[in-house]
Design a protein around this ligand. Structure first.
Ligand code: NDP
Length: 286
């Protein structure tokens, strides 16, 4: 007698509004196929007012988990049964996994960045001085994970003082790293002792591909690791300018792939093929 087979797919997906252009499914579906998993990733347009109903729907429909994007990353917290300690520190959840009947919140954005720094750039955050341009959701996740991974000092450079100071307070109070806030005025001069510089703003994101963060590029020195959070285009104008000054560069595509790979592993228990995921995104972004 042949072994019983299941014709049912396991379901995961993303809640967001807007959601139509979210690329996550493009990398998840080929990764499921390459791992031999009968799973599907759905993009679900969920309006802010419908979030509670959508989470109840996930429970009823037995989804194995889901991702969250704008505007749900913070609002989802009150609908979950538990939140991982780092996601609680960051104050936002981008991934939910189901364990039995419980929904557990995680944040894989900063961990994805950390993995890209370690594996793709070959850099060790321990003892490093890191400068973040921006203090939004992505910067928060990245800075907290870098601090928890052993970065010695974090400078947060941001236009809005309130957001920048709030991130610095979290870093000072809840992580071992030292942290300082610098108001972003004019062209920012990178401190000579910085090891890693990260553009964690949306400046340079498609279609504004020629936009550059206000940085004095003459202060970018050879050997500095310059990272960009922007995945599309992967080779941003900022990274090109940094490379022209002799800096090492790390694009935002790796972070996007790894944050998805970490969610994939949380849901399925299987390590995905990150090369398959990256290739799918490179094709999508042309
Ligand atoms: P937020 O809206 O939460 O934060 C945006 C940040 O950029 C804020 O610090 C904001 O400053 C700053 N900013 C925006 N425009 C300007 C400007 N013209 N001058 C100075 N500062 C500016 O966005 P997120 O943090 O969620 O996302 C930021 C970027 O990260 C997006 O492009 C997103 O696509 C990307 N991202 C990439 C991921 C990846 O996996 N590669 C994962 C998550 C996000 P202020 O506080 O003053 O408004």
């Amino acid at each position: 007698m042949s072994a019983p087979i299941s014709l049912r797919h396991e379901l995961v997906g993303a809640f967001g509004d807007p959601i139509d252009e979210n690329p996550t499914g493009l990398m998840m579906e080929p990764a499921f196929a390459s791992a031999g998993l009968n799973w599907r990733y759905q993009l679900l347009r969920v309006r802010a007012v419908d979030l509670a109903a959508a989470v109840a729907g996930v429970r009823a429909l037995n989804f194995c988990g889901f991702n969250l994007t704008i505007p749900h990353k913070v609002a989802v917290l009150r609908h979950l049964d538990a939140v991982a300690p780092d996601a609680a520190l960051i104050g936002a959840v981008n991934t939910v996994r189901r364990v039995g009947d419980r929904l557990i919140g995680e944040n894989t954005d900063g961990k994805g960045f950390l993995r890209a720094v370690c594996e793709d750039a070959g850099a060790d955050p321990v003892g490093k001085r890191v400068v973040f341009l921006g203090a939004g959701g992505a910067a928060r996740a990245m800075a907290v994970e870098m601090a928890l991974a052993g970065a010695a000092h974090i400078t947060v450079v941001n236009r809005s003082a309130e957001r920048g100071a709030e991130l610095v307070s979290i870093l000072r109070e809840k992580t071992p790293a030292q942290a300082e806030f610098v108001p972003w005025q004019d062209a920012y001069a990178i401190p000579a002792d910085a090891d890693i510089l990260v553009n964690a703003t949306s400046i340079g994101l498609y279609p504004d591909v020629t936009a550059l963060p206000a940085v004095d590029v003459t202060t970018i020195r050879p050997g500095l690791l310059v990272c960009d959070v922007i995945p599309n285009p992967p080779r941003t104008a900022f990274l090109k300018a940094a490379a022209a000054r002799g800096a090492r560069t790390l694009d935002g595509l790796g972070m996007l792939v790894y944050q998805g790979a970490i969610a994939f592993k949380l849901w399925t228990g299987v390590e995905p093929d990150v090369a398959v995921m990256r290739r799918a995104l490179e094709e999508a972004f042309g």
